[in-house]
Unconditional design. Structure first.
Length: 364
């Protein structure tokens, strides 16, 4: 990134920060497109879908990374702030990679109100009348785009512009993040394949598929870039891990009860995908035999709006929704209590409180 491209941010404005991250990832893709365009229209098409995949979203991972750094230090100049922004943006490329793969594994049709990558390429194949199988082409495109975004996330962090020894320390946490999220995803698909409905198993999926890579590890990565001690890293874990679990439990509620206009996905999408979440495990525990059998057998298949509404009523009647809300409150309280005694700058403590509320109180 040249000097004329530096992004100067105010002290903290969430909207300006999201705009800065968007600009950062799009500039990075511009740089990649400059030489990939020589490979022709197929490469251009892949790059264009990369742009779509990284666009939008709340940018929570980037924000927690930014404030993981600022929990310990301030960027000393505009060049440092720009380099830090690039490092934070690497997490959004990682997130986009995970979503592209996740949508294919879950057979999702929609992401953020747009066709999921595998569906978009499948449709293109059919419209062009190409040979072989359209669904296989869409699957191949999604796998390769996810891999490309994963590779780019590493490249963006390594070339962010911060001191090499700090970047090396952050890469250790980045390596852990990628291993955890891939393994967590496999735990999730394995639980779905077995029809496992155990709360403990579901919480393990929450922890490794989402909680760590959404909040705890971004905090660690940012703090490592600022030169954090092991003691501070542990303090950030006591804040970030329970908050990450609360974040994912909120996401699980949105996956069943969320408004498609807010979530960008069809109503009750987690039910159609057969997600064996903590919410579902608690609901199955709380229902009588007949209702339990009905809910269990309905998961993972096509559902009408009326059927989704009926399953929602069952889940509410089981008490599971209220139990998950209580878990979110308890986990958030635990995280905030840890934040109060953490050895972080007061400005960071204040903003991290705001981010905690935004992550756990998303609307329906």
């Amino acid at each position: 990134m040249t000097e004329s491209q530096e992004v100067v941010l105010p002290t903290w404005d969430p909207g300006a920060f999201r705009d800065g991250i968007e600009e950062c990832v799009q500039r990075f893709i511009d740089d990649q497109a400059t030489w990939l365009s020589a490979l022709g229209e197929d490469a251009d098409r892949l790059v264009e879908h990369a742009r779509v995949s990284v666009s939008g979203g709340k940018r929570f991972r980037a924000a927690f990374c930014w404030w993981g750094f600022r929990a310990l230090a301030e960027p000393t100049d505009d060049a440092t702030a720009t380099a830090l922004l690039r490092a934070c943006a690497s997490l959004e490329l990682l997130h986009a990679s995970a979503l592209v793969h996740d949508d294919y594994m879950d057979a999702s049709d929609v992401r953020r109100g747009r066709p999921a990558t595998h569906r978009a390429f499948e449709t293109l194949h059919r419209e062009r009348g190409w040979n072989a199988d359209a669904a296989q082409y869409g699957a191949s495109a999604a796998i390769l785009l996810g891999d490309l975004l994963l590779s780019w996330s590493d490249e963006l962090l390594r070339t962010c512009g911060l001191p090499a020894e700090r970047v090396l320390a952050a890469l250790g946490f980045f390596d852990l993040t990628r291993t955890e999220v891939v393994t967590g995803q496999f735990l999730d698909v394995s639980a779905q394949a077995r029809g496992t409905t155990d709360v403990e198993v579901a919480m393990q999926v929450v922890r490794y598929k989402s909680a760590k890579y959404s909040i705890e590890r971004p905090l660690h990565l940012g703090a490592a870039l600022a030169g954090a001690s092991p003691e501070v890293i542990e303090q950030l874990t006591r804040f970030g891990l329970p908050l990450g679990e609360a974040f994912q439990l909120r996401d699980d509620l949105l996956g069943v009860f969320g408004d498609p206009a807010v979530t960008g996905k069809p109503a009750g999408d987690d039910l159609s995908e057969g997600k064996r979440t903590v919410l579902i495990a608690l609901a199955l525990d709380g229902l009588g035999p007949a209702d339990r059998a009905h809910l269990d057998s309905s998961l993972g298949g096509p559902l009408t709006e009326d059927e989704v509404a009926g399953l929602r009523r069952l889940i509410r009647a089981s008490g599971a929704e209220a139990q998950v809300e209580e878990m979110i409150t308890d986990l958030t309280d635990r995280a905030l209590a840890a934040l109060e005694v953490a050895d972080v700058r007061d400005e960071a403590r204040s903003v991290l409180r705001e981010l905690a509320a935004a992550a756990t109180q998303r609307g329906f």
